[in-house]
Design a protein around this ligand. Structure first.
Ligand code: ZN
Ligand code: ZN
Ligand code: ZN
Length: 274
């Protein structure tokens, strides 16, 4: 399984348009980018590829990275930065199955699968397939399991992607705060690679109107506001999951410039062979 991090940024990305902060300036100087979230998973055994989330930067990502177009996709939730790239399917794909959770979100009255199907109804080549959380399905020769995480007010899912032949395992936290339910953690546990939402360092919680939550024994907040993990929360979750390797993703340009390019924060274009 070859994993390519196509988009490792939060909803505005780094550099953020119109921003001249030290971190955005440093990204430009280093020639690195954190575009909106997307992960490419290639099954080299079957020569098929699965895309996790459709970034609004889809076109740029596939023009700049040496990866084949996907044979199928998975959508974690319906925020702009994870689904709006699906419009790029128009006149690019002959057919594209897209997989998503089928449980109804009380907030929208629809499941993620239904929202994607409604929104991209005009794309005849896109077919949406709903799946119950915790029920594995096979796509591109890989076993995928969607698990609920905690990203209020919307339902959102993390996922495990496993190669049934080699045992290689990728886990993705999805957009989530630290309160990932234990049953979901069980599915995500023991990955070769864990991609964890780590939007900002815990030190920035004092600037959030709601502050931080889910503090550890030392009083460090593992959740920033209500929706995302802090860097410390993401590393704590990685520890609990016993991840062999962890990359922090969905990171914001609010990281101070001297911390923004430190390990284990990911940048676009990293590849991992599992
Ligand atoms: Zn900036
Ligand atoms: Zn989100
Ligand atoms: Zn997001």
């Amino acid at each position: 399984m070859r994993v390519t991090l196509l988009g490792t940024g939060d909803t505005t990305g780094t550099p953020t348009v119109g921003c001249d902060c030290d971190t955005c300036r440093s990204a430009r100087e280093r020639g690195v980018e954190r575009s909106r979230f997307s992960v490419h998973v290639e099954n080299e055994r079957t020569d098929e590829s699965l895309l996790v989330d459709f970034s609004p930067d889809f076109r740029h990502q596939f023009l700049t990275r040496d990866v084949p177009l996907p044979d199928a996709g998975v959508v974690t939730h319906v925020h702009f930065d994870h689904i709006d790239g699906l419009g790029n399917a128009y006149r690019v794909f002959d057919e594209l199955p897209v997989h998503a959770a089928n449980e109804t979100d009380p907030k929208t009255g629809e499941s993620v699968a239904e929202t994607v199907a409604d929104k991209y109804d005009y794309l005849e080549r896109v077919t949406v397939r709903g799946h119950a959380p915790f029920e594995s399905f096979r796509v591109c020769g890989l076993d995928v399991t969607l698990v609920p995480v905690d990203h209020p007010p919307l339902l959102c899912y993390g996922l495990a992607v496993e190669d049934p032949e080699t045992g290689a395992k990728l886990s993705v936290s999805g957009d989530t705060n630290f309160a990932v339910p234990e049953e979901s953690r069980e599915v995500l546990r023991d990955p070769d690679l864990f991609l964890a939402d780590a939007i900002v360092p815990a030190s920035l919680c004092e600037h959030h109107p709601l502050g931080g939550r889910h503090h550890d024994e030392d009083g460090v907040p593992r959740t920033f506001g209500t929706k995302h993990m802090t860097r410390e929360g993401a590393l704590s979750l990685a520890d609990d999951l016993n991840a062999s390797e962890t990359r922090l993703v969905h990171t914001a340009h609010f990281y101070p410039s001297d911390e923004a390019f430190e390990e284990p924060l990911a940048v676009d274009g990293e590849t991992y062979d599992l």
